[in-house]
Design a protein around this ligand. Structure first.
Ligand code: AMP
Length: 215
């Protein structure tokens, strides 16, 4: 099964994609997490991506497509992929379609989490993550059991550098200009599924699982 998770920054894509991957035995492929890992390890890709990420701009399409290509061609032993934070532009979506076509495969669905601008700003200003396992938490909606510490790793939570007010504003603008057109792109291919992303995390997850199981 091949799924794409769409939605503005802070819509819950990462959380929901992680849970879906676990329950459907899929590889959770988050381009944001992969880029942050490259940044931390100071790889060539990480160094190239840094200036874009710090401003909240998109990393050039070709760098992202090369990264995807490497992963898609590896045998993962799972039942498919869920792409989270990818594609972010029409050229990335077209690049993905071409790669899959060469592998005699195609996307099953694009799951679009709908969340308003106000809610996005509210969520991102209260978002923290675990530097060890990348799990995210939100104040006050999705609190860790022990304040300030990851439930799984028990290490202190951190705030992402690109979750500051100015960068969040730019990320939202970038989303509207470059990523939102993908909603139409997948609608025209009749694989778009809209999901109200402003409900309880478990309710949204239940909805996503039943939609994916009906594909
Ligand atoms: P995310 O964790 O998905 O919010 O991504 C964090 C940052 O990584 C974005 O603001 C971009 O700078 C970069 N990034 C992640 N995925 C992509 C992508 N598919 N295309 C371009 N840039 C990306």
């Amino acid at each position: 099964m091949l799924l794409v998770m769409l939605g503005p920054p802070g819509s819950g894509k990462g959380t929901q994609a992680g849970r879906l991957a676990e329950s459907l035995n899929l590889v959770h492929f988050s381009t944001g997490d992969m880029l942050r890992d490259n940044l931390k390890r100071e790889t060539e890709l990480g160094l190239k991506a840094r200036e874009y990420m710090e401003k909240g701009d998109l990393v050039p399409d070709q760098l992202i497509l090369d990264m995807i290509m490497e992963t898609l061609s590896a045998d993962t032993g799972k039942d498919g992929f869920i792409f989270d934070g990818f594609p972010r532009t029409i050229p990335q979506a077209e690049g993905l379609d071409k790669m899959l076509e060469r592998m005699n495969n195609k996307l099953d669905a694009a799951l679009n989490l709908q969340v308003s601008d106000n809610e996005v700003i509210k969520r991102l200003s209260g978002r923290y993550f675990c530097p060890k396992c990348q799990r995210t938490y939100n104040y006050p909606a999705n609190l860790p059991k022990k304040e300030g510490y990851c439930d799984v790793c028990d290490v202190p939570l951190q705030k992402r550098k690109d979750d500051t007010e100015a960068v969040v504003k730019n990320r939202l603008e970038v989303y509207k200009k470059q990523t939102e057109p993908l909603i139409d792109y997948y609608d025209r291919k009749s694989i778009l599924q809209d999901i109200d992303g402003e409900r309880e995390i478990d309710v949204i997850f239940g909805d996503l699982v039943s939609q994916a199981r009906n594909l």
